[in-house]
Design a protein around this ligand. Structure first.
Ligand code: PLP
Length: 449
């Protein structure tokens, strides 16, 4: 019997959805059978409702992307208005209005000389595009031997073959065939769980930016194309880079003719209390990738913004006189119209400032309430991107489950639980998240603050 409904005269029950999900979906990065824990059917503001009618405060913004929360009327209006006008058209000599306006707005937000944008559909695609752009840029400029890509060992830049080649984590590439050549990882400049030597917190020596220079020299400076880096290692454990690190690697890259690519897929567009996290360090990257918060999850869209100097080189490409890269849906009208409205809402509602203020409240609340409890190794973060590191994975998952039972969604990966509510979160909601975590950790350790 085929249990897939061909039409949907009535909505399936929660249990039916779970059964269909188990049978027909293959979930990304999810152990089989786990997906039915959260079968979300609707959302409003910072809250989501599951198929069983339970409502949760979304302490993780979906997958870090729902920065405006759910059901934002201004975004939904922009989406439906554009849908009635024109969906697509941005490839092979064509362009469209929202894509052009969004490119211009991103140039304003990033500032000179980051003025030229290529659109794609996911964060991984933006990594892939940036990678091909930096290699082609060098090749067209007469330096075809500059192909090596350097990244941090604990990075996450996406799930394409090239993006996984940047990661040291064998979860990303085991069993996927030969790894592409030309990728070098350096130790991450962050403490504890990410320490390559597995040293205890206190004795861990944090590798500094000099690891980049050593890797460039070891590879041969004239063979290195670019260094890719996230301002906060996200999947790698919500680890902000130390102050000054980005300024130091900018100098090192300049010294050796290496391009600096900032992966702002998660950190960009307000998440850290700045429009872009690298702006906090006052540096100018050569390329910036972004996705998640760009559309707040209302439509798929990602982007790579680069300097004029890099973009202009493609005019001299001997094969095309342009960039040999792109997708049918690059610059899709819906995604770009949604992104324009999202950026407008962020500005009109002062959400970058709210992210900074609520991020401070969240981090100080968590430090005060659970920072010194047994079982909690660290509370850290930047703006509204916060990680709580536990002494074991089991404790992290216990706390995640207890928070869900209390109506708050947070998520544990390895030993680190991430907390990243939408940028619209209120003080009262932040306090609810902190309270749920306090109660969950206290119940797990038997120690009450
Ligand atoms: N880069 C970073 C820093 C990310 O965190 C992610 C996803 O989590 C990606 C790239 C890949 O983005 P996507 O999942 O949209 O392909």
């Amino acid at each position: 019997m085929n249990d897939t409904p061909s039409t949907a005269p009535t909505s399936p029950s929660g249990d039916e959805l779970v059964a269909l999900d188990r049978r027909h979906l293959l979930h990304p990065w999810t152990p089989h059978g786990v997906s039915e824990q959260l079968m979300i059917v609707a959302g409003q503001g910072c809250e989501v409702t599951d198929a069983h009618g339970r409502t949760y405060l979304d302490g993780r913004s979906g997958q870090f992307n729902a920065t405006l929360g759910y059901g934002n009327k201004r975004v939904l209006d922009a989406l439906s208005e554009q849908a009635g006008k024109l969906m697509t058209y941005a490839l092979l000599g064509a362009s469209n209005e929202p894509a052009v306006l969004l490119g211009a707005r991103l140039a304003e937000l990033l500032g000179e000389p980051l003025t030229r944008t290529l659109f794609c559909n996911s964060g991984s695609e933006s990594t892939e595009a940036a990678l091909r752009i930096v290699r082609m840029y060098h090749a067209i400029s007469g330096r075809p031997e500059r192909t090596t890509i350097i990244s941090l060992a604990d990075c996450y830049h996406g799930t394409t073959t090239a993006a996984t080649a940047m990661m040291a984590n064998p979860m990303a590439w085991t069993g996927c065939g030969p790894r592409p050549e030309g990728f070098v990882q350096i130790p991450s400049p962050t403490r504890c769980g990410a320490c390559a030597a597995g040293a205890e917190h206190e004795e861990c020596v944090v590798p500094g930016p000099e690891a980049l220079e050593e890797a460039i020299l070891a590879a041969g400076a004239d063979t290195v194309a670019a260094f890719f880096v996230e301002p906060v290692l996200g999947v790698g454990g919500i680890r902000p880079l130390p102050d000054g690190y980005l300024r130091a690697v900018r100098e090192i890259c300049d010294r050796h003719g290496v391009l600096l690519v900032l992966d702002e897929v998660t950190t960009g567009l307000g998440r850290t209390g700045a429009w872009f996290a690298h702006q906090r360090e006052g540096i100018t990257p050569d390329l910036v990738t972004m996705a998640k918060g760009l559309t707040s999850g209302y439509a798929p869209l990602a982007a790579v913004t680069m300097t004029e100097r890099i973009a202009d080189v493609f005019a001299t490409d001997p094969m095309l006189g342009g960039l040999r890269h792109g997708h049918t849906t690059s610059g899709h009208g819906l995604g770009t119209a949604v992104a324009l409205s999202v950026l407008r809402v962020i500005e009109e509602d002062g959400l970058v400032e709210n992210a900074a203020a609520m991020g401070d409240r969240l981090q100080s609340g968590l430090r005060e309430q659970i920072g010194s409890l047994d079982g909690v190794r660290d509370v850290r973060g930047l703006g509204l991107m916060v990680g709580v590191e536990f002494d074991s994975m089991a404790r992290g998952f216990e706390v995640q489950a207890a928070c869900a039972a209390a109506g708050v969604i947070v998520r544990c990966e390895g030993t680190v639980l991430s907390v990243a509510p939408p940028l619209i979160v209120t003080a009262e909601q932040v306090d609810r998240i902190v309270g749920a975590l306090r109660d969950a950790v206290a119940a797990s350790t038997g120690e009450f603050p």
